[in-house]
Design a protein around this ligand. Structure first.
Ligand SMILES: NC(=O)c1ccc[n+]([C@@H]2O[C@H](COP(=O)([O-])OP(=O)(O)OC[C@H]3O[C@@H](n4cnc5c(N)ncnc54)[C@H](OP(=O)(O)O)[C@@H]3O)[C@@H](O)[C@H]2O)c1
Length: 441
């Protein structure tokens, strides 16, 4: 009969054998990040980790590409997913992107006892909670450190380094494309020119909507909220505002207000509610968020006990992202466990109490300012300042009003009635002004 002692000895011997054996790895997707992961693994030769399989459609084209030069001849290339799912690989590294067919394949991988490392933000934002459950049920890991901010270890940093705090507020720049566009506009370029440049450089898709309209950033904000705020949000419920209506002149007015403009993703705990929004906002030049340029990402986490912590670095690109993926892979291979704290479903509101920047373009006539002031007064919003740069024709005059702090819904109500004034030549632009906040309660 097996005693408790001999059973424990057998288990620890099995564990030791597993620990000393090589962890076999399959890559799903040999594109920008997948090929960089293969290159980093080949260059660094980490002990105990072996790339054994690569899956991709049109695999022959990938296998014979220049990017495949670093891949060992022993690696099995396949376009049949069952070659991976039915193999003895220990970790599946998913770098294909999208929800389908990836979600189903990864579920099968987890059920068959394979851990999963992924950089797929859409998958983790929409299906992360249920996939994490499957992983836990089968005693394997699901890690996604590269899903937000590419090479910046913001997820690991929050999951491991800040789990001892109560993070109450997040604000960040998590979309490199928007940051590239807005920080170039800050230097005087116009939106259409910079967007075309971003597309040529491969920073922006032919259809840039996911980036410029905020959908990519809100998926990342939801992932960060789960990790840092322990709040499960429905990404589709998070309010977004496009950056495409921001014009060069807004940067000039922002400068007069000692600010610049960035796409900011923010979330803040308020009891059982989370205030969340992705939008272009005026950011004071003294804020770290104003210092990020080009494709750089930055996230500020504000903890109840530890105060503000800033994460910053390359938010995208094959090699920076590959570093995050390989770091996750090594963590799984060495049996490191991530800290897991309970996560609760939370309702989302887009309401924030903030001062606002309102830019109007009008056919100048007497009484316009009093009509705008009247509409603002009607909803209880107070004007803080009025700015008008010289040199514009009266028939197309841009000017700016800033307000004292008021609720998003209040200002939206006023903007809807102001937009109907005859003199308005285009829909007025309304941006929140980010103010430095006190330490969260
Ligand atoms: N690029 C970055 O800087 C970055 C940063 C952070 C996170 N990520 C995430 O990393 C993941 C990969 O991004 P990436 O930039 O490497 O994308 P990518 O260059 O488009 O690579 C994706 C690869 O997967 C293959 N693939 C896609 N769908 C497939 C399918 N149904 N069956 C078989 N193969 C398929 C593609 O094959 P084809 O070449 O034939 O299309 C391609 O080789 C995404 O989730 C992305 O959001 C990327």
């Amino acid at each position: 009969m097996t005693t408790k002692k001999t059973r424990a000895m057998a288990q620890s011997a099995a564990k030791a054998a597993k620990a000393s054996s090589t962890v076999k790895v399959a890559l799903l997707g040999f594109g920008t990040v997948g090929s960089s992961v293969a290159r980093v693994l080949a260059a660094s030769k980490f002990p105990g980790v072996q790339l054994t399989h690569i899956f991709n459609r049109n695999v022959e084209q990938k296998r014979t590409s220049a990017a495949a030069k670093s891949v060992s001849a022993s690696v099995v290339w396949t376009e049949n997913i069952n070659d991976i799912l039915k193999s003895d690989v220990d970790v599946v590294v998913e770098l294909m992107g999208g929800l389908n067919p990836v979600e189903g394949w990864l579920r099968k991988a987890l059920v068959s006892g394979k851990s999963v490392v992924t950089a797929n933000k859409q998958l983790i934002a929409y299906r992360g909670a249920s996939l994490a459950k499957v992983a836990a049920q089968h005693g394997v890991q699901l890690i996604h450190g590269a899903a937000v901010a590419g090479g910046v270890p913001v997820i690991t940093g929050m999951q491991q380094g800040l789990c001892g705090d109560q993070v109450m507020r997040l604000s960040g720049i998590v979309n490199g494309t928007c940051n590239y566009i807005l920080s170039r506009m800050e230097m005087g370029a116009d939106y259409a020119t910079v967007l075309a440049d971003a597309q040529q450089l491969g920073y922006a898709e032919a259809n840039p909507s996911a980036d410029v309209d905020g959908y990519d950033a809100r998926a990342k904000l939801c992932i960060l909220s789960r990790i840092a705020l322990h709040a499960e949000l429905d990404p589709d419920a998070v309010a977004t505002q496009t950056i495409s209506t921001v014009e060069a002149i807004d940067f000039m007015y922002a400068k007069e207000l000692n600010c610049t403009i960035r796409q900011v993703s923010r979330a803040q705990v308020d009891g059982t509610l989370v205030h969340a929004r992705v939008a272009p906002m005026l950011v004071p030049l003294t804020s770290p968020l104003a210092w990020s340029h080009g494709t750089q990402n930055m996230v500020v986490a504000s903890g109840r006990f530890g105060g503000d912590v800033v994460f910053s670095g390359h938010g995208a690109g094959g090699e920076p992202t590959a570093v995050a993926v390989v770091s996750d892979l090594l963590s799984v291979a060495q049996g490191c466990k991530t800290v897991q704290l309970p996560v609760r479903k939370r309702s989302v509101t887009g309401e924030f109490m903030a001062p606002h920047y309102l830019r109007f373009v009008v056919d100048d006539k007497p009484g316009i300012v009093s009509a705008i002031a009247g509409a603002l007064a009607k909803v209880g919003a107070n004007i803080d300042s009025l700015l008008q740069r010289p040199g514009h024709p009266k028939h197309r005059l841009p000017f700016v009003v800033t307000t004292e702090p008021c609720l998003t819904s209040t200002i939206e109500k006023a903007m809807n009635s102001i937009a109907k004034l005859d003199c308005m030549l285009e829909r007025p632009l309304c941006l929140q002004i980010l103010v430095p906040e006190d330490k969260p309660e």
